[in-house]
Design a protein around this ligand. Structure first.
Ligand code: ZN
Length: 154
């Protein structure tokens, strides 16, 4: 495993529409392991492949309940609303208020290509939305209601 460099806002790789994963092989597993290590080392709760320069539909999330690996994920249900502060490892030190669904269910493949569904609420629902947006070239600042001023940050 290795920590990879996190791409920052302004790099055009963050604006690409990612391609689906077709091969569930060692190359993918190394990417997933590296992404999890990179996310943990950076203190984040999620990381999408374009954030390490890979234009593929791969996401890792860990909201404190273990690493969730999502390959070719799709949102199949969302409900409710949460208004809260949100940030991104590609936009260090910047936070904004977003509206996200309170409940989100995703359908995805695991690292072996097996399909599964996973329900999330609160932070996990927000992480699903945030990370899946990255796969379509969207960052949270595109949908933010307003950015927080420095004096509003704790
Ligand atoms: Zn992000």
């Amino acid at each position: 495993m290795a920590v990879r460099n996190i791409v920052k806002e302004g790099d055009e790789v963050l604006r690409k529409k990612c391609r689906p994963v077709e091969k569930f092989d060692q190359h993918l597993w190394t990417l997933l392991d590296d992404m999890a290590e990179t996310m943990h080392q950076a203190g984040g709760v999620g990381l999408a492949a374009p954030q390490v320069g890979i234009i593929r539909r791969v996401v890792v999330i860990d909201v404190g309940e273990g690493v969730i690996e999502l390959i070719n994920p799709k949102i199949i249900m969302k409900a409710g609303e949460q208004i809260s502060a949100e940030g991104c490892l590609s936009c260090p030190g910047e936070y904004g208020i977003t509206s996200r669904p309170m409940y989100v269910t995703v359908k995805a493949q695991d690292r072996y290509g097996n399909e599964f569904t996973k329900e999330g609420k609160e932070l996990l629902a927000k992480a699903f939305c945030h990370e899946l947006d990255h796969l379509d070239g969207v960052i949270f600042k595109d949908i933010v209601q307003r950015m927080l001023r420095p004096e509003e940050l704790e």
